[in-house]
Design a binder for this molecule. Sequence first.
Ligand code: PBG
Length: 325
Amino acid sequence: MLSRPRRNRRHEVIRSMVRESHLSAAHLIAPLFVIEGKDSRIPIKSMPGQNRLTIDQLVKESRELFALGVKCVSLFPAIDDKFKTPDAREAFNPEGLNARAIRAVKEALPDMMVMGDIALDPYSSDGHDGLVDSKTGEILNDATLEVLAKQALCEARAGADIIGPSDMMDGRIGFIRKALDQENFHNTLIMSYCAKYASGYYGPFREALDSAPKKGDKKTYQMDPANSTEALREAKLDEAEGADILMVKPGLPYLDIIYRLKQASHLPIAAYNVSGEYAMVKAAAQNGWIDNDKVILETLTCFRRAGADVILTYFAKEAAILLDQ
Ligand code: PBG
């Protein structure tokens, strides 16, 4: 036998030398849930270890993440029912929970990159990412763009470094880019949720925000899990419309999409390791069926191998601690 692949695996020093993919805290973004109130952390049942944080706790958590090398957070506010309306106007309230949360993190930690989510579901009494036609039930594309642009400006004015449109309306990247540029926010990045699928893996997230659609599903705007060429079409449009980073969501069942976008695009690619993926690992680990720490690092490394430059993950803090050891 002339060729023995095992020779390159025989010692940890050799394995490290020939390793193809690397993971560090710098690649991670921590999604965090925010609620009104003071000094409290309310556990999310389906996401063991994750909490809804009041703004003071959000700042504390952000400080800890930053010290561990996780220097980007993505904020998701849980809005009180009394502020949810059909027009989702709370989405662009400069004194609303979202804007206050962004300002608080940026004030405490100017070098922490803060990403704001763009979509109407947390603010809409219909629980959809876009406006709903009250007669037909249709999710209205072009009328929604106006609201999304107001939301993006509200977040940029509050200090958000990155705007993350997760709504999947057509044309939103260009529409938001123009609105930002008109107010001189040309340095604000857009990380497009470019290939976002209509997925069952978002269940725990919708529990955390109480944001599930009141009627119907999201299949007229989020992508069909059976499709992958369609992701290339979305990528091409988002690139042309001025996106800075393209995201694939969910993560693990969609590694092929990450790979295809990485090959097809010159933009950095992000992967969102979503709530349901987190819940599955935690449930199995709590039962002693898998090794929590090994599975976390393996999962995140596999995202990197598939082509993800950036990973949004609820494991960010745990992974950063493990990588530090
Ligand atoms: C909503 C939004 C969702 C997630 C991020 N932004 C849920 C949805 O589309 O219903 C899911 C994230 C997760 O499951 O971790 N615009």
